[in-house]
Design a protein around this ligand. Structure first.
Ligand code: HEC
Length: 151
């Protein structure tokens, strides 16, 4: 093998390693009666991190469409979606997780984006991994935050 070819092989191996490290595998989840009862990660969500993801324009950007009294320090609230006040009284955790992962399972034809959608049962090929808007843990953080919004 020429030195050049050996060099190329080493470079490719290096690139593959970098790609695998940066792309999170999309975790599979089970939908039961339009809900996702089990945590995507098994790690409890952090409500404070969830609040940040809800506000972050590159992540949830939930405030583009939703208001909440608790978020009134934030500017540019949209009113496309219902106010999030009291969502924890209206929905249980399993349904809130479904709404964040893929709201079309709860509201057919909704404009709300799916933040963590895959086909629900199979592991996704590596080239599609990491293509969700949020990571699995960010979904859990947002759900934990929503669970604090009680009337
Ligand atoms: C493009 C606008 C849009 C964005 C962005 C959006 N939503 Fe929604 N959301 C909606 C709409 C519209 C509904 C009402 C469902 C329907 O009728 O389509 C909804 C419904 C909901 C509900 C159920 C509310 C209830 O009272 O029943 C929750 C919870 C929710 N969204 C949370 C979120 C969170 C958290 C985010 C960010 C991670 C988010 N949404 C981002 C538009 C949006």
């Amino acid at each position: 093998m020429s030195l050049f070819r050996r060099g190329m092989t080493a470079a490719c191996v290096l690139l593959a390693g970098v790609a695998a490290a940066s792309a999170e595998d999309i975790v599979s989840y089970e939908v039961v009666d339009g809900t996702i009862p089990k945590s995507l990660t098994g790690v409890p969500g952090d409500p404070a991190a969830g609040r940040k993801a809800v506000i972050d324009r590159r992540l949830g950007n939930c405030v583009a469409c939703h208001t909440a009294t608790e978020l009134s320090d934030q500017q540019f609230h949209g009113e496309v979606g219902p106010p999030l006040d009291g969502v924890a009284d209206r929905w249980d955790e399993a349904t809130l997780r479904m709404i964040i992962v893929n709201p079309k399972m709860v509201y057919e034809g909704t404009v709300m984006p799916a933040f963590y959608r895959n086909d629900g049962f199979h592991r996704v090929a590596p080239k599609f991994a990491g293509k969700t808007i949020m990571t699995a843990q960010q979904v859990e953080d947002v759900v934990a935050y929503l669970m604090t919004l009680k009337d």
